[in-house]
Design a protein around this ligand. Structure first.
Ligand SMILES: Cc1ncc(COP(=O)(O)O)c(C=O)c1O
Length: 313
């Protein structure tokens, strides 16, 4: 791979800066042979007015990374603050001053790996410029014929690379059928989540989202939305199982995730949601609040962001 096409100069490998082109994982490692690995995806937002970059909820993502490692038994780093500093150092080394998507990935890189090897692990981090993931035009969503994987088989609570086969199948099916995104149901037929996002609906005036026991990744954006809705909008949230047909009769639906941000759903299985085009009132409010929160513009949620270059405040 040539560095000429690299989006950034450096990646981080076990805490050390390396050239983008020098990232390596052996084809016979446990990660490559058996899909063993966990990761995090986070965002940072550039504020033009302040000339500052804000990294969003990095420690919470690092905590989830360590939780994932614990569940699937991968040895490796244990210090959230050290991992956080490493990631921020990488951003500074690349002198990135735009909206970013960042990743921390932990692989098991044992030679001629066995499926139950737990180490040695290797940690890679990346920070790459990224704008809107979906664009801001809203999503036409298909309910997938694939079921969401379950805690009894492949725990969705773990952000494991292997889990993404499930979402990939749903997304490929949705694209083949002319949709932009997919939502998956649990084996019991309840609404779980999408390929890379959690879901909320507004129905009969109530904001609702599935509980963390309904085969979902416990999204950090989901938690941010819940807190923003409660504290900034004074809403109560119904965290409860959701049936498929409730989506068809919802007033508003949105998906959310670090990459997806807060993105409204225009239709489900071709059934229009709201006016079938624009975000509903609560969705639009939450979209606005989220965009403020990630840039450190909400005083009550200022501790969610870290100013990367230390020029703000
Ligand atoms: C399957 C899945 N669900 C939900 C989310 C949203 O999680 P978060 O808001 O922590 O990015 C993601 C995004 O990483 C995901 O991959």
């Amino acid at each position: 791979m040539s560095t000429a096409s690299s989006p950034v100069r450096y990646l981080l490998h076990d805490g050390e800066l390396i050239d983008y082109a020098d990232a390596r994982l052996h084809v016979l490692s446990t990660s490559m042979k058996y899909g063993v690995g966990v990761f995090e995806g986070f965002r940072a937002y550039w504020s033009e007015e302040e000339g500052e970059l804000y990294a969003f909820r990095v420690q919470d993502h690092m905590r989830r990374l360590l939780d994932s490692m614990r569940v699937v038994e991968i040895e490796g780093p244990t210090d959230i603050d050290e991992l956080t500093e490493q990631l921020l150092g990488l951003v500074r080394a690349n002198d990135l001053r735009s909206n970013l998507h960042m990743r921390a990935q932990v692989f098991v890189d044992s030679a001629d790996g066995k499926p139950d090897d737990t180490g040695p692990s290797t940690v890679y981090m990346a920070a790459i410029p990224m704008g809107n993931y979906f664009g801001a035009t809203g999503l036409d969503v298909q309910i997938s014929s694939w079921a969401r994987l379950s805690d009894r088989a492949m725990p969705p609570r773990v952000k494991s690379i292997a889990n993404y086969q499930n979402g990939r199948l749903a997304l490929l099916e949705a694209r083949r059928n002319g949709y932009g995104a997919a939502l998956l149901l649990t084996e019991n037929g309840h609404v779980a989540e999408g390929a890379g996002y959690n879901v909320f609906m507004v129905r009969q005036g109530r904001l609702c989202t599935p509980p963390s026991t309904e085969s979902i990744l416990e999204g950090i954006t989901r938690d941010s939305v819940i807190q923003l809705a409660q504290k900034e909008l004074g809403l109560e949230i119904d965290i409860r199982p959701i049936d498929r047909t409730e989506l068809y009769s919802a007033d508003e639906i949105f998906v959310c995730g670090s990459a997806a941000e807060v993105n409204h759903v225009k239709s489900v299985d071709r059934t229009p949601i709201g006016d079938g085009s624009q975000p509903g009132e609560i969705t639009a409010q939450l979209q606005g609040l989220y965009q403020q929160a990630v840039r450190g513009q909400l005083d009550s949620f200022r501790d969610w962001v870290i100013p990367v270059y230390g020029t703000a405040r």
